[in-house]
Write a protein that binds this ligand. Structure first.
Ligand SMILES: *Cc1c(COP(=O)(O)O)cnc(C)c1O
Length: 410
C-alpha cells in the first residue's frame, strides 16, 4: 500500500527481506529521519528555547501534534489520547486510577496467557492493594483442545463475578494467538456489572479498526512501536474515556507534565490535572522518542484510515492463512474467521528446531518463532504478521517456498 514509504531490511542475498515481524517491531518510515533531524537541529540551535518558541510551536505542545492521528487510529476524540511513557508504565498509572478495590468489589478478570508484562503489572497491583492472587485474579482460559477464548465464556465469567468485579482488563488482539476479541461485547458486559473496563491494545492499534470512545471502555494502553512503526522503545499511547475528563477525584501518580499546562511553570505544589488523557503524563515529553511518530502516524490516514488498512490486511492475512493451512504438519492456532483475527497467523510446528528463526532469517524470512512444547515433541509456535502498510500478496505467497524448503532441511 505505502511500501515505498518504508525502509525494508535486506536479506542475506541483498534483496529486501520478507519482513513479517511488524507485530513486534514495525519498520522505519522514511520520513523519520527528517523529523528527528529537525528536533536535533532545534536543540542544537536553540537549546532550551526549543520548548517555547522556534519552529512548529515548540516542544511544549509536542504531544498535541500527535493526538489527531492517534485518536483516529483508535477511534477516540483527540483529547482522549496521548503518547507518553511506555505501555507497561501507562498500564500501572491507569490501574492506580481505575482499579479501586472497595468492599466486596476487588476482583480483576483478564485472559489467561496474557503478555507477561500485563500479568506482572496486574499481580503487582493486586499485591500492592494487599489482595489475594488466588481469590481476586480470575483468568479466563480457552476450552480444552482450543487455543482461543470464546466470547460467551468471557461474558459468563464477568457476569458470574458480578458485584465482586472491580476491573476487566482485556487485550484487543491476543499477542500469541492473534485472536481479535469482541471488545464492544466485553466493554458492555463489564460496565453492566459495575466494573471498570480497560484494554491493552499493543497488538491491536494500527492493526484492526477500533472505536474506543463508542465502545465505552474506561481506559486503554498500547505501544507505538509495533503496527504503528514508532521505533524501538517508542513512547506508549493511552486512552481515557471522556466521561473521566473532569474527574479530579481519580487518584493518580501525578507528575508535573500532567499538570494543567496554563500554569505548570508557576511551580506550585497543588496538582491540577490537564484535561483529558494528557493529565496522565508524568514526566517531560520525550521529544526525540515522539518525533518518529510524526512521520509514522500520518501514513494511516494517507492509506485511507483504519477501515481501508483493515481491508488490505484481511486480503493478505486470509491468503497467508490458506497457504499455511496447506502445509502438512502445521497446526494453526489463530481463528479461521477473518473477523476473529488481526494481521497475524500463529501456527504450531511439531519437532525440536531450536535454530529455526535463524534458519528462516538466512533465507530472507524475518518472523518470530518461540519454542513452546504443546504436544511433547519439543515444537514451537511460528508467528507471521503481514503488515498491511508495507507487506504484499506476492510476499505472502513467497513465504511458502521458504518454509517448505527450510523445514525439509531439518
Ligand atoms: C508488546 C507488549 C507489551 C510491551 O510493553 P512495554 O511496556 O512497551 O515494554 C506489553 N503488553 C502487551 C500485550 C504487548 O503485546
Amino acid at each position: 500500500m505505502l511500501r515505498d514509504e518504508f525502509h525494508l531490511p535486506a536479506a542475506p542475498d541483498g534483496a529486501p527481506a520478507l519482513y513479517f515481524c511488524g507485530n513486534s517491531l514495525g519498520l522505519q518510515p522514511k520520513g523519520v529521519e527528517e523529523q528527528l533531524s529537525r528536533e536535533l537541529r532545534v536543540w542544537r540551535e536553540h537549546g532550551v528555547e526549543g520548548w517555547w518558541g522556534g519552529e512548529a510551536g515548540g516542544w511544549l505542545s509536542y504531544h498535541r501534534r500527535l493526538q489527531r492521528d492517534l485518536s483516529a487510529i483508535v477511534g477516540a476524540k483527540p483529547d482522549e489520547v496521548v503518547a507518553c511513557n511506555a505501555l507497561t508504565v501507562n498500564l500501572h498509572l491507569l490501574l492506580v486510577s481505575f482499579f479501586r478495590p472497595t468492599g466486596r468489589r476487588c476482583k480483576i478478570i483478564m485472559e489467561s496467557g496474557a503478555f507477561p508484562s500485563d500479568q506482572h503489572a496486574v499481580r503487582a497491583q493486586l499485591q500492592f492493594h494487599g489482595l489475594d492472587l488466588d481469590r481476586d485474579l480470575i483468568e479466563v482460559a480457552p476450552r480444552r483442545g482450543s487455543a482461543t477464548i470464546r466470547t460467551e465464556d468471557i461474558i459468563e465469567q464477568i457476569e458470574r463475578a458480578g458485584d465482586e468485579l472491580a476491573l476487566v482488563l482485556w487485550s484487543g488482539v491476543q499477542y500469541y494467538t492473534g485472536q481479535f476479541f469482541d471488545l464492544p461485547a466485553i466493554a458492555t458486559a463489564g460496565r453492566k456489572v459495575g466494573a471498570r473496563v480497560g484494554f491493552d491494545l499493543a497488538h491491536a492499534a494500527g492493526n484492526v479498526p477500533l472505536q474506543l470512545h463508542e465502545w465505552g471502555c474506561d481506559f486503554a494502553v498500547w505501544c507505538n512501536y509495533k503496527y504503528l512503526n514508532g521505533g524501538p522503545g517508542a513512547p506508549g499511547g493511552l486512552f481515557v474515556h471522556e466521561r473521566h475528563e473532569q474527574d479530579d477525584s481519580l487518584p493518580r501518580l501525578a507528575g508535573w507534565w500532567g499538570h494543567r499546562e496554563s500554569d505548570r511553570f508557576q511551580m506550585k505544589p497543588e496538582f491540577v490535572p490537564e484535561r483529558g488523557a494528557a493529565g496522565w503524563q508524568v514526566s517531560t515529553a520525550p521529544v526525540l522518542g515522539l518525533a518518529p511518530l510524526l512521520a509514522g502516524l500520518p501514513l494511516f490516514s494517507r492509506a485511507g484510515g483504519m477501515e481501508a488498512v483493515r481491508k488490505q490486511s484481511e486480503l493478505l492475512t486470509d491468503q497467508l492463512y490458506r497457504n499455511l493451512q496447506a502445509i502438512r504438519g502445521l497446526r494453526i492456532l489463530t481463528p479461521e474467521r477473518s473477523a476473529d483475527r488481526g494481521a497475524q497467523i500463529s501456527a504450531y510446528l511439531p519437532g525440536h528446531r531450536p535454530d529455526l528463526e535463524k534458519q528462516l532469517s538466512r533465507r530472507g524470512l524475518i518472523c518470530d518463532y518461540r519454542q513452546d512444547n504443546l504436544d511433547g515433541s519439543g515444537g514451537g509456535v511460528l508467528r507471521l504478521a503481514p503488515a498491511p502498510l508495507y507487506n504484499t500478496l506476492e510476499e505472502v505467497n513467497r513465504i511458502d517456498e521458504v518454509l517448505r524448503s527450510t523445514l525439509a532441511l531439518n
